[in-house]
Design a protein around this ligand. Structure first.
Ligand SMILES: [Zn+2]
Length: 329
């Protein structure tokens, strides 16, 4: 088959006129320019077309492309949906249950808001090191110096201080400690209560049902939005069952040939087995590449929106995997 280019989106908003203009978001203009580019150079497929191809029932067209939107942001309802509908396009949307139904602000989004609200990331990194030091007497934690050496490493899109803050608050510290420190920094830097932030950030179930009625795919992105590969097998099964229960409540029936979008791109062999048992058809990772075939449909790579031009006038260049790197998602 020809290649399938899957594009991953997170925030898409009128950034300059938003409450947190420092957020790493795609602007509306850039999104429209990218849709123009994609419309010119690709054939945008629906999730159902890709599922049919993966199940061997159909073939993908040349230059097939699939648009995917992670995390259940309200941006996807207010900004993305009208523009897709206007162009006759469909896409996949992958919201975590805890955000949509629990109205909880996920830690990963707390961290993004803290970074957006901070005008000096090295000062923020030092503040985090101070908070870690203050907690060291209570818990077995690595020294600040060791944390800095291990985690202050620039990525494809972020400098070392930003990566340090993200990694320390997302993974490096014991879960209870990092949740407490993220909450503390949220109060210091953002100063808005969690329920209000969640209300401003995420879609509600009724909005997801509206997306589905308009032909969009609404699939799984976990319940609690955790690294599945960090959980023992029974806990992974429970997380996937909670994801399916959530999708059943959204769609009014158990989903068939459904899509799992791995939080942070994390999965392992047990995840794949558990998903096959549960009738999952496609798995979306954060490995940066074009899918050259559908032989492993539960491990599909994606490009980040930042990997594609944002103007139809740009001459297309063949995507190469020279800039491989993990993404937070
Ligand atoms: Zn996510």
């Amino acid at each position: 088959m020809s290649a399938l280019t899957i594009v991953m989106y997170h925030y898409v908003r009128d950034l300059a006129r938003s409450r947190y203009p420092g957020l790493k978001a795609l602007t509306v203009d850039a999104f429209e320019g990218q849709l123009d580019y994609i419309a010119r150079h690709y054939r945008v497929c629906s999730v159902r077309e890709v599922v049919a191809a993966a199940r061997g029932r159909d073939r993908l067209p040349p230059n097939a492309c699939l648009l995917t939107f992670d995390d259940g942001f309200l941006d996807h309802f207010t900004t993305v949906l009208p523009r897709l509908v206007a162009r006759g396009l469909t896409a996949g949307f992958y919201p975590p249950a805890a955000a949509v139904e629990g109205r909880r602000l996920l830690d990963t989004h707390k961290i993004q808001l803290i970074l957006a609200a901070s005008d000096d990331t090295s000062k923020l990194a030092r503040r985090l090191l101070d908070l870690v030091d203050a907690r060291r007497s209570d818990d077995a934690m690595p020294s600040g110096e060791a944390l800095w050496r291990q985690h202050a490493v620039a990525s494809r899109f972020d400098g070392p201080e930003v990566i340090f803050v993200k990694r320390v608050l997302q993974r490096a510290l014991p879960e209870a400690v990092r949740a407490e420190l993220a909450q503390r920094l949220l109060e210091e830097y953002v100063g808005v209560d969690e329920a209000t932030l969640a209300h401003e950030l995420y879609m509600e179930p009724e909005q997801l049902r509206c997306l589905a009625r308009l032909g969009m795919d609404v699939g799984g992105h976990g319940a609690a939005h955790v690294w599945l590969d960090s959980l023992p097998r029974p806990a992974q099964g429970a997380e996937l069952d909670a994801t399916l229960d959530f999708l059943t409540r959204i769609h009014g029936r158990p989903p068939v040939d459904w899509v799992m979008c791995y939080p942070f791109g994390g999965y392992d062999a047990a995840t794949l087995e558990l998903l096959r048992e549960r009738g999952c058809a496609l798995g979306l990772t954060t490995r940066v590449d074009v899918a050259h075939d559908l032989g492993r449909p539960l491990e599909l790579p994606r490009l980040d929106t930042n990997d594609l031009p944002t103007s139809a006038a740009t001459t297309p260049v063949a995507w190469t995997t020279t800039a491989l790197g993990g993404r937070n998602g």
